[in-house]
Design a binder for this molecule. Sequence first.
Ligand code: G16
Length: 544
Amino acid sequence: MDFEAVTKYSKLHAKPPGLSLQYGTAGFRTKAENLDHTMFRMGLLAVLRSKQTKSTIGVMVTASHNPEEDNGVKLIDPLGEMLAAAWEEHATRLANAEEEELQRVLTDICRKEAVDLLGNAFVVIGRDTRPSSKKLSQSVTDGVSVLGGQYHDYGLVTTPQLHYMVCCRNTHGNYGIATVEGYYEKLSNAFVELTKQAMSQRDGHISLKVDCANGIGALKLKEMGRYFPACLMVHIDNDGTKGKLNHLCGADFVKVHQKPPVGLEMKPGERCCSFDGDADRIVYYYTDVAGHFHLLDGDKIATLISTFLKELLVKAGQTLTFAVVQTAYANGSSTCYLEETMKVPVHCAKTGVKHLHHKAQEFDIGVYFEANGHGTVLFSKAAEQKIRYQAKEEKDNRKREAAKMLENTIDLINQTVGDAISDMLLIEAILVLKNLTVAQWDSMYTDLPNRQLKVKVADRRVIDTTDAERRAVTPPGLQEKIDDLVNKFQLARAFVRPSGTEDVVRVYAEADTQENADNLAHEVSLAVYHLAGGVGEPPKAVTS
Ligand code: G16
């Protein structure tokens, strides 16, 4: 390793003194102006990871749902999955090393991970549309180059597109062609194959409004429009020409505030959805004739997809293990419906796609979704082979047709990570195939009223949790207080956890009525404020 060059270039990407960051739920996130050194260093780290795994590694510059002034970076491992946990620790140490410690930290990582420094390294880079992203992605390439790594810069892509590229490159094209055109063709062809028979039997077209959060999703959905069949009419709103990224729009806004985004007009019954800033999350919604807003979040999406897959597996006569993975944020009604009505095993993982993804890998078919709309479906290698074999060789027509549909579903899904575009196409296909309106889908079960709040504290790390984040271990007395508050309400549940992407503590509460959910959330917020070092004014009561 040419330490002299590393030291020289590192000074051009100097670390703000005293700044300490952590590789959180989805990489590093903070104000963009504090990230230059982290980007350079993640370029260095990606080279080491690439040399160690002898594979292409991805670096995505994005802060996803965070405000436009923030930015972030995350590394993508060889099969398109999130960076391995041990390397997250290396990432944190490297990002926080003072200049004079850099050489020691790099040497230490190489020793611990047995990195062959003579090996080749290849890194692919992508970025979202934030004003700061271009310059920050150049800092990544500086880091890659100084350690002699090769790179390909995909420029503006959605986060899931970069995950897809990494997987395609490391599977030598087996997963798909590693270009945006390859991505568009793979997904569009699968959508057409899956829906063509059903579409030929019905009049009219599929029409959908998409709030793209003024982010990269708008650009990519527009490009992809050329590949869509004529029957699929997607109307793009919040395309970035007027509004600010994630401001009063996007999946996170709609989910947390339980109301429509600005910049999108809805007629009663019209199907709408929102992406987040880097298009890795999606939620659906509509208003009914009485003007009431209905949200179909990640839980409703997981339920729809699970129902569809289970029906196909029964038709195909396949006996594969099947499970759904959720987080503590999953609405109690959704878990109940999945377990009791659908008889599907449900598991609870910690927040963060990486945790859900790992759990879902334990099954032949693992459906995972966070309530916030981030999720996908994983098929084990063995399950995929069985399905593809049956789609070709099965003699029974009905079973073969079901297997073919499962095969097209596999091709439509981005198995590397939650993908708003891929999820949207799958949902649209299922609604066509099952002949469901959005209101019929919504009526599968009724959500328990719920509320999410944020509390500012001096140091959110004072809150430690256990049991997949459903119980607080510290600070002392907080969990007991939450238990007391929950006991005051019917059908109630509440938990708190430090966010891994924003400098806040998140509070979730659900109860029998919206008023009770709001009151419970507010009282739990006050408990956090008083027991965990709240800053500023105490949280105000919720006005729904
Ligand atoms: C990221 C993660 C998600 C997580 C979300 C919020 O989403 O990928 O798994 O649910 O942050 O995390 P936290 O509550 O820890 O802030 P995104 O869409 O922002 O990348």
